[in-house]
Design a protein around this ligand. Sequence first.
Ligand SMILES: [Zn+2]
Length: 463
Amino acid sequence: MGSITASVSRRGRSVMAAFVAVTLAGAASAETTVLRHFTLIDGTGRAPVADQALVMTDGKLNWVGPDVRLKVPAGATVENLAGKFVMPGLIDNHVHLGLVNGITQDLKYQTPENIEKQLHLYAAYGVTSVQTLGTEKDIIFPIRDAERGTRPDKARVFTVGRGVVFKGSYGGVPGLEQSVATPEEARQMVDAQAAKNVDAIKLWVDDEFGALSERMPPAISAAVIDEAHKDGKKAIAHIFYYDNAAELTREGVNGFAHEVRDRLVDAALLGQMKAKGVWQMAATLSREASFTYATLPFLDDPFFARGVTPEVLAELASPERAKKLSSGPNFPKYAPTLRNAMQNFAAEAKAGVRYGMGTDSGPTARFPGYFAHWELELMVKAGVTPLQALTAATGSNAEFLGARDIGTVQPGKWADLLVLDKNPVADIRNTRTIHEVFIAGRKMPTIWQICTGRSVEACGAAK
Ligand SMILES: [Zn+2]
């Protein structure tokens, strides 16, 4: 059949595809799985609905509804999920890939193998898609492109390619050429990224607590945003300061990759963000929280420990590391920074600013997958409901990405699913009770079935 399909003309192919789809419906060669009797959290923001069922064929959802109305297709594999909760796979809209080996950060570790290893880890934690924000070599494009439209065996990738850094200011990573000095250079860089078919454009506007003498000036950020829009791309900004957030909002930025953290936001900024449709795309509360600890508070948590090697655990627990971190010049600044971020996130949500979920995991000691669950917990702690946090991380994140085939449990979407033992709407920490993860209808090994750097028994019984 492959050879027949391959030999038909492009014009004939859609006719042939329709014919193949019709003849395969119900036939043994289509892979059909039915999940039954679960409580559905569909990612649209709708409240959980009991005793639902779904049918997925060749990785896509083709029916979702009450179990009483289910018609089980002939030849389907049927799984009874009574007592379980099914939701869309999580989407983390702010990550960086392949920056570290353990907790040692260096661009030399950015290899296809290391990136793919991290994408498998994201999948194990139920994070079925990630958007990587601006520190990637061009090796990210073939990895992403190989997944598009297919059934990947790891988390899906969206990427901005290289983000735009103003020369001498904060942003980017050492070893990756990405700084610009003039509006013309900025436009050229945006066009070069767009030519690589990036999913969005990233820019940094920050000065690392004033340690650097400059931030990206408005003439350049305005050029980046304008050129991104001319190229049909959204512009996503790293921000720290209120003033920059206000300026970028005036310039038409589409989303913020962090919260305003130097002070509390006010009605004026909230009103402008709403009026201009600016999203708080990622609040990165887990990033800010992680900096407040000299020793991270979850080293004994098996949900975390399964994802890292014993060597990394030992390094994270060492008194030397704690001493070094707590004596850093910025250490006292992190607690108030986190407080501002949490209050500003809550204020935005309350004001009706659109928001997604993103962690900024990937740089040293900011852990793929685990941080998404911590982020959800912190979003709820800040002031949104568990259902709102889950919707941000699924349907809303897909909407920001413009990814119409993921993010909700609805017919026509990819079957990217997270199956949980306990209700995450009752307690957001129940997102950690991962029973199964599906990407495009295929089961991924979950974090409860792996044990990084050790034999799986070393982490205790696999679920
Ligand atoms: Zn980042």
